[in-house]
Write a new protein. Sequence first.
Length: 451
Amino acid sequence: MTGDSFEVLTAAVAEEAQARAAGAFLASGCAAGDRVVFCLPSSAALLCAVLGALRVGVVPVLLNATLTAAERELLVDDAAPVLVVTDADALARLDAGPPVALAPHPRARPMHYTSGTTGTAKGVWSGLWDAPTAAAALADEADQWCFGPDDVHLVCSPMYHSVSVRFAGGTLLAGGTCVILDHFDAGRAAAALEGASGAVPTTTFLAPSALARLLALPDTAPERFDALRLLVHAGSPCPPALKRAALDVVAPDVLWEFYGSTEGQFTVCSATEWLERPGTVGRARRGRELSVDPDGTVWCRPPPFQRFTYWGDEAKTAGAWRDGAFTVGDLGRLDADGYLYLDGRRDDLVITGGVNVYPAEVEASLADVPGIVDIAVFGLADERWGQRVCAAVVAGPGVDPDAVIAALADHAADNLAGYKRPKQYEVVDALPRTATGKVQRLLLPGILGLE
């Protein structure tokens, strides 16, 4: 069913569509463990095809729909799929397949590629699960977020981001309904929250950048969010001011965040916990154990269904795992109660004069300086210090950039040790981000012509 710029998908309709899509895959010669590439905008048809594939053991490979043809072909070649679906007609043909019986749970995770901002993109591969492992994987999400038949989930994020399929699929498999946007637009998301599709959302996920755009609408009112029992954010750090703005429109028990990656989920954090411990991303999710190396690297010992390899890359896989725990290179610290605080990514680390500077820490200190909309800290080569700390700044409308830079420098002088203070500020129109909202710090020197 379609509404004004959105689609409404019920569990019953989705179940039949999944069976047809699964039948189409099997009829085309796909077998369990084979891969099917999708490179399309979000839609009900795409969601049903992905879930149908998973429930007969065919593994969907979800690629960013905005890739150029050359970028897409590199990943397609790497994934070695049996089938590639990149246009609406091919997707529609899957809905004409002969219905087949489906497993009660997805038999694998979709394969997603890491963003590749710090090197070559890597496919995250879970292989096929046996029935108990598949049931545990579905329960991990369903129990955490309490998906149920009365839920209406608003899909705002692209389906090549793993959280979209996890939340939407979990809702449908629990008997609920999804309202699907083909791409994020703050006005359309607001209309959907107000029930413009005919179904009023009770849950949604928003990257912080999308949440900021939604809350910045001139007619934002708390009533818009009254039906939500769950508003989740993740994907990039959420500035404290934005988090507090979100808390002004929902109850504390509605707003949650999680810390995770394409590879797996680490923590969850309620707003109450965050208010008690500002800056934390929460404690380990059920079935996981967190640890931090002396150098600050965060490790997670996951449940069996979260085991993964990097597709076709034994060396990178070996580097990610140690004694049953994995890392994605993030840096952080655990307090006495097991709450995790992130300091950044090792790939983002700026080493100046032999001292480590964590961009996330500097950004957090400077984020609330009046007049700035966004900020990213990065390193540039420096003959004397090895690297110097720099910052790219997005100034607010009508704000004098020179005044903002002066204010940032004054704030840094009062609040940061000398080695952490940016030595150079660059004003930009926008920061480069991935589709999930992560700042691509390593692209900034090239964008600014400073390499």
